[in-house]
Design a protein around this ligand. Structure first.
Ligand SMILES: Cc1ncc(COP(=O)(O)O)c(C=O)c1O
Length: 239
């Protein structure tokens, strides 16, 4: 451990030193971890799609048709039709104009925030937003204003004070990843409209499980079409 020895000891003493557990079975309600049979209550595979027979079959078929990789980035020559079909389906599920697929949710937040926000802009971010949002905000070089968790009054005060910025964004998890509570989307959409801000919702945990058709947090609140940008992940309810 060399130069990190002391840091590791401090983490261990604080009960924050994490080690990887080894799964010896595919994920599902019952798993084998470190040789023990356990009930899985910690995963994000909310609908059991990771090991659903239809999904495994579709993945096998896609592998057979398209091979193991696309051979290049999408901008060069790797933009296979299967990506476009997927994006159209996601846009349909979310009730949005269009969709863009990234390789992970983390990359989606990086790509999104660095594309839409820059120096001279401001991002209002809920204090309990996911780490990938925090990193994306930093990388965008926009000013970041953190508002207390779900506190729309505090957010309004910040919006009132920040009229000099060129573009303004409000960003929140739809369903918060640690506590499972919901963003106050009805009030956030009102504030975004009143203060000409763009509302961005990270719906990693709402996608597939909230709303009448699994469309997510906006659908749950009957606010489809009123959130400017929705981000989601395919590594949770979608398996
Ligand atoms: C709210 C939220 N956003 C983004 C991510 C990142 O998604 P991924 O694991 O696909 O990189 C996660 C994953 O834990 C998350 O919980």
């Amino acid at each position: 451990m060399g130069i990190f020895h002391q840091d590791v000891i401090q983490l261990e003493e604080a009960g924050l030193y994490r080690q990887l557990k080894e799964l010896r079975s595919q994920t599902g309600p019952k798993v084998i971890v470190d040789g023990k049979k356990l009930l899985m209550l910690a995963s994000n595979d909310y609908l059991g799609y990771c090991s659903h027979p239809a999904i495994k079959q579709a993945a096998q078929k896609a592998l057979h048709t398209w091979g193991a990789g696309s051979g290049s980035s999408r901008l060069i020559s790797g933009n296979t039709a299967i990506f476009r079909d997927l994006e159209k389906k996601i846009a349909q599920l979310k009730g949005t104009e269009d969709a863009l697929v990234f390789s992970t949710g983390y990359m989606a937040n990086m790509g999104l925030l660095t594309a839409v926000a820059e120096k001279g802009d401001v991002i209002y971010s809920d204090a309990l937003n996911h780490a990938s949002i925090i990193d994306g905000c930093r990388l965008s070089r926009a000013q970041v204003e953190i508002f207390p968790h779900r506190d729309t009054d505090a957010l309004e005060t910040l919006l009132e004070k920040g009229k000099q910025f060129r573009r303004r964004f409000i960003i929140t998890d739809g369903v918060f990843s640690m506590d499972g509570d919901l963003a106050p989307l009805p009030r956030l959409t009102e504030l975004a409209t009143a203060y000409s801000a763009q509302l961005i919702v990270d719906d990693a945990h709402g996608t597939g499980v909230l709303g009448s058709h699994g469309g997510g947090t906006a659908q749950h609140f009957a606010l489809e079409g009123q959130v400017d940008i929705i981000m989601g992940t395919m590594g949770k309810a979608l398996g």
